[in-house]
Structure formats: C-alpha cells, structure tokens
Design a binder for this molecule. Sequence first.
Ligand SMILES: Nc1ncnc2c1ncn2[C@@H]1O[C@H](COP(=O)(O)OP(=O)(O)OP(=O)(O)O)[C@@H](O)[C@H]1O
Ligand SMILES: [Mg+2]
Length: 489
Amino acid sequence: MKLIYQYMLGFLVVVVTCLSIIAFAIYHYSENMAYQQTWMQMEGYSDNLQAMALRVNPATGNIQNITPETFASVQDVLANEKVTFAMFDKRGHELYPSVTNEPSFDHRTWKLLNAGTVIRERNSNHNQQAPLFRKHPMTYIIKPWFDKDNNLVAILWVGAEVSAVETSINSIKNNVILAFLISTIIAVIMSWFLANWQVKRIDRLRRATKQVAAGDFNVQITQNGRDEIDDLASDFNEMTHSLQKSDEEIERQEQRRKDFMADAAHEMRTPLTTINGLLEGLAYNAIPEESRDKSITLMRNETKRLIRLVNENLDYEKIRTNQIPLHQRTFAIKSPLENIVSQLTKKAEAAQDQLQLIVDEKATVYADYDRFIQIIFNITQNAIQFTKNGTVIIKAIHDSDLATTTITITDNGIGMSKDQVKNIWDRYYKADPSRKSTKYGESGLGLAIVHQLMQQHQGKIKVHSELNVGTTFTLIFYDETIITKKKDS
Ligand SMILES: Nc1ncnc2c1ncn2[C@@H]1O[C@H](COP(=O)(O)OP(=O)(O)OP(=O)(O)O)[C@@H](O)[C@H]1O
Ligand SMILES: [Mg+2]
C-alpha cells in the first residue's frame, strides 16, 4: 500500500474512533437530558395538580380531594401537549379516568410508592395499570402524594406518548450523525493534506538519495529540526557532507598519485639515459680503458639511486598520506657535484656548452643525498638545455659563520623575461611552450619538483634571469644546527 494511504488510514482510524466516542457520548447525554426534561415537566404537572387537588378545606381542615371533573378539564388543557393523567386512591385503585376496585400496582411498585419514591420509566408499557397505557409504550412518572402527616393520600400517574420524546431524541440523533459525517469528511480532507505533506518530505529525501547515488554529493536538504523526518534530513546532510569530503580526498589522493608517478618518471628519465649511454659506450668499446671503472661506478651509483627513488616515491601508502620522508644528513658535496657534472657532460657537449664546477674540497651540505642530487641535476640540466655555445657554472660555497651552503648555477643562455620567471615554479609550466619534447623530457615539471624539495629542506631558492643574457639560480641550504633550531621553535 502506498505510504500516503497508510498515513491517511492511520489518521482516519484515530479521528473516526474519537468522533464515534464523542458522538456516542453526546447522543447518550442528550437522550438522558431529553428524558430528564420530560420527567421534570411531568413532575411539574404533578406538583401543580397536587397543589390544586390537595387543597385544605378551611371549614373542616381536611384535604379536599379533586373531582374527576377537574381532572377532565386539566386533561383537556394538556391534551395538546400529548400528556395523559391517571389518578389512584391511597389503596391503589384507579379513580380517573376509569374507576376500578382492584389495586393497579404490583407489589414492588407499591412498596416503592409507599416509601415516597417517584417512579420514572422511559419508553415502557410495563406497569400496565390502566387500559389507557396498554395501547402504546409511554414515558411516565408515578408520584405518590402525601398529606402533611405524611400519610399516602393519592397517586398520580403522568405520561407522555413515547413518540413525543422520541421526536426530540431523533432530531438529536440526526444532528449527531450529520456532525459525524461532516467531521469525517473534514478529517479525510485534512488527513490527505497531512499525509501528502509528509509523503512530499519523504519524496524530497528520496530524490536527494538518488542524486547521491548518481554521484552528486553536493545535495543539502533544508530542515527545521522539528521531528524525526527533519532529524533524518539532518543525518542525510551530514552523510552527504562526509561523502563529499571523502570523495574530494579520493580525488586529491588520485591527483597526488598521478603527480608522484609523473615526478618519478621525470627523475628517472635522465639517469636511465646516462646509464644507457654508458652501457652503449662499454658495448662498443667507445670508453677509454682508464674511464671504464669510473663509468661503472657512476652506473652503479645511478642504479642504486634509481632503486631508492622507486622505493621511496612509488610506495602507495606514502603517496596516500603525502609523506615522502627526507633522510637529511651532512655530507661533502664535491663528489656528488662531480658526478652530476660527468653525467651531464655529454649533454653539455652536444649543446657546445662549457660546464664548470667550482667547489671547495671541504664544502658540505645538510640535505637528503638523493634529493640534493635531484635538485642540482634539474637546474643544471635546464641551464644546459637553454644555453647554446655558452658556459654553465656550478659554484658551491659553505659559509661556517652563517651556517649555510650556497650553490649558484649560472648560464649565459636564452634567459627569461620577468613574466616568465613568475611562473617557473608551477607544474607543467614552460616559458616557451612551442619547444618540442626531447629525449631529456621537457614536461615542465623539473622546477616544480625542485621548488617543493627546497621547501621540504627549509632552504631558499632564488632566480635571477635576463632575456638573452642568462639565468642564475641560487640555492641556500642551512646547516643542521639551524634546521634543528627551526624545528624546535
Ligand atoms: N636556465 C634557464 N634558462 C632559461 N629558461 C629556463 C631555465 N630554466 C628553466 N627555464 C624555463 O622554465 C621552464 C620550466 O622549467 P622546468 O625545468 O620546470 O621544465 P622543463 O625543463 O621545460 O621540462 P622538464 O620537466 O623536463 O624539466 C622551462 O620550460 C623554461 O622555459
Ligand atoms: Mg627542466
């Protein structure tokens, strides 16, 4: 069954039950009232008659009994009201309208009357004391009359045809039925509106649920916190909110994963090219005997670095939690810088560039070894890439007083305009997008990676560039003492 009908049925059962109880109570009350009123009216007649009939004879001081003639005239007057009288003497013998010589009341009634009880009967032909009452059921009272010494002197029966009372009861009944019907119709209409309102609220929730099922988490339902459906709506809103959050988190993680993959590929391309070049050299005996060991060491170092790179960068859990740890330590930089230079020498030669390294034997840096190589490698590679027939100088100075290691990579290549410089740290930015991809990459990722790594090292990176003059990148690494202090504060 549809919810709207269930709701309506529920409302109706309650409303109709209440209405029935109320109607029944009103009907009964009114019926009682009608009878009470009739009886009171009759008792009123009886009292008036008593006042007339039991008048004291001033001469004798006796109660003067009413004559049948008086009754007949009173009866005539009250005939219009459909009220009938009967009079009995103190022995219960009927005096009016007929005259009998036998007691008219049964034993029980007679006892009650003697005790002064006024008998009230509704709609009855019981106590058929006189032929008159035998015909129709009547509503009547039987009232005993007493004199001032409390002796039973007479009994008066006053009755009305049942139909007279029934008329008023029937009209009450009709009114109650009408009221019941009208109220039921109003209840049906009201319950329809109420049920419809509730069903609409549920429908709203249903539509929102469908939207969420279709992947749209940006749904919020207005609610006033009034009832359980509002509570449900509020829970629903909370649910979509957290779904949206986790959806965004999934997207962020997916993006991070893609970034890490791209970064790793970017960082692997150059060493793989270097190794490949060296292997080819070895295969074709193109490497002089004295350089063979050096080449093999270079390849071993690079393959180890690649393995570390793969282990660190492609660990899914680390990507998910965005935690690629740095293993920072202080090491001498001369040898790693020389390695970089020897790896890039081929590239520099191809571009007819001079590659120079100026570094103090004892110069050190506090950094993650692999990341440090990555940083210098990227910048130097760029310098060679954007310089033809020029010079690229890598200069490293450790300042013990300032506790810093400053590395500058200078070229006299094509340089960049101020506008271009502004964007170089953005992922996938290329100052000159028309450049075709070469074997060295050119995806626009290198400097973004460098920038992020420098931030992780809490170091500084600056660039000074002039179009057609050249570019200088300045990197400042802080010594362990300063970094520890920074971390502590
Ligand atoms: N030394 C430089 N001289 C002139 N332009 C430079 C220099 N270094 C970087 N750029 C400009 O900055 C851009 C971004 O450099 P980035 O290293 O991020 O990307 P890329 O070298 O184009 O590609 P790759 O991802 O392979 O490094 C370069 O495309 C280039 O236009
Ligand atoms: Mg680059």
